[in-house]
Design a protein around this ligand. Structure first.
Ligand code: AMP
Ligand code: GLY
Length: 431
């Protein structure tokens, strides 16, 4: 089978690594890829916003399956373009990718199908938003850009002044461009967060193991929000009861609801959840794997991933057994450039990676890396590397990951030192 994977982040290196281990795969390309995906596949310099270019490559190379990593091409309609040419693709069509592309649309679906989520109002007019913030709203609350804002379109507001400022920045100053031309003002939810993933062909769904992301930049969950600074799997807060509630009250009605709306969803449905005292509620849906959650999931997945991806694309997920997982926990810690999520330098040499002994239990997935003219590995983005380790218990996995981090050097290397500590405390409290 000839597979084309789209994307260039840590998520895609983890996917490429896993896909490349499939005995079914005879050829794997990653577009555009990164120096990590180049180790396990052939990188091909395609521009993912050029849908015709991607489709042409897939056709010319007789690709059997396209796997879409990031949300932008999905929201832009890559699956429609490829599907219309008869090419199998893992990832939803544009009408279903709107679950991530438009938070306002996502909320409508959730409400229509009675999926638990925070109460909200939608605004496109600044004066109306301001008058609601002044008179009707209860604080704290959350102001969100409806469109894709690379994880930066959410502001938690303690009081009126901050909320006014956030609404103004989005609706008037257009800090997120068109993505902020519609905003949501949401009820503030409390509780631990969880990331839940299900593979689906729109009729059958296969829940994946639970994960916990660490979104804030700094230890203790402080500082600005980022794309994700680290993750653990399993998430110790995902009790059987929570899992059941997520499957029955959230995933199932969403997938069925999308069918009823004539927007068949196939691919991976990623629910960002708050485990509130009243049960799990949806913060947002994404229509792709999480980054860095994908890194820990791929390390723990023992079954071949490729049959699942293909079955989602072709509507035959009911033919497959449930996947097998390594029972051991996994942790990933993301190394970021100094300054991220603000501005940061690139082209900074990375040393020590060659000395890391990688294998089934230790992988260092590349994200924002590149090779310079001399072949030296350098930084090329905000999130640079994801150090990912399995261990007999979470503490061992964690110790191992932080040892590996010490081996890798680059100027400005920044990371959280507390990835997994909250999970370890919860596990201790229950044993
Ligand atoms: P989102 O991109 O919608 O998942 O939001 C990013 C982060 O903002 C989430 O992971 C939460 O930490 C926080 N957040 C979003 N919505 C809410 C909410 N309604 N209540 C509390 N925190 C929220
Ligand atoms: N780690 C969260 C995300 O991928 O959106």
């Amino acid at each position: 089978m000839r597979v084309l994977l789209l994307g260039s982040g840590g998520r895609e290196h983890a996917l490429a690594w896993k896909i490349s281990r499939s005995p079914r795969v005879t050829k794997l390309w990653t577009a555009p890829g990164n120096p990590g995906t180049a180790l396990v596949s052939e990188n091909v310099a395609l521009d993912l916003s050029d849908l015709d270019g991607v489709a042409r490559f897939a056709k010319d190379e007789q690709v059997d399956l396209v796997v879409v990593g990031p949300e932008d091409p999905l929201v832009g309609g890559i699956s429609d373009r490829l599907g219309d040419l008869g090419i199998a693709v893992f990832g939803p069509r544009q009408d279903a990718a709107a679950l991530e592309g438009s938070k306002a649309f996502c909320k409508e679906v959730l409400v229509r199908h009675r999926v638990p989520t925070a109460g909200y109002r939608v605004f496109t007019d600044l004066n109306q938003a301001l008058s609601y913030l002044q008179s009707g709203a209860r604080y704290p609350l959350v102001v969100k850009a409806s469109g894709l804002a690379a994880g930066k379109g959410v502001v938690i507001c303690e009081a009126l002044a901050q909320a006014r400022q956030a609404a103004k920045a989005m609706l008037e100053e257009r800090v997120h461009g068109k993505a902020g031309s519609t905003i949501l003002i949401e009820e503030f939810l409390t509780g631990p967060e969880a990331s839940c993933f299900a593979l689906t062909d729109s009729r059958t769904f296969v829940p994946l193991e639970s994960c916990q992301d660490h979104k804030q930049l700094e230890d203790g969950g402080t500082g600005p929000n980022t794309g994700g600074m680290g993750a653990v799997s399993p998430n110790p807060m995902m009790s059987t009861r929570n899992r059941d509630a997520v499957e029955r009250q959230i995933l199932l009605p969403t997938i069925h609801g999308m069918n009823h709306e004539g927007r068949r969803f196939q691919g991976v449905l990623f629910a960002g959840l708050m485990l509130t005292p009243a049960g799990p509620k949806v913060l947002e849906y994404n229509v792709r794997f999480g980054d860095p959650e994908c890194q820990v999931l791929m390390m723990r997945l023992q079954s071949d991933l490729v049959p699942y991806l293909e079955a989602c694309a072709k509507g035959s997920l009911d033919q497959l057994e449930a996947p097998e997982w390594d029972p051991r926990p996994c942790i990933t810690v993301v190394l970021v450039s100094g300054g991220y999520p603000g501005s940061y330098p690139t082209g900074v040499p990375i040393e020590g990676l060659d000395e890391v002994e990688v294998g089934d239990d230790v992988q260092v997935f590349h994200a924002g890396t590149a090779r310079d003219a001399e072949g030296q590995l350098v930084t090329a983005g905000g999130r640079v590397l994801a150090v990912t380790c399995l261990g007999d218990d979470l503490e061992m996995a964690r110790t191992r990951a932080y040892q590996v981090i010490e081996q890798i050097q680059f100027a400005g290397k920044t990371f959280r030192r507390d990835i997994g500590t909250a999970a370890i405390e919860i596990l201790r409290a229950y044993t």
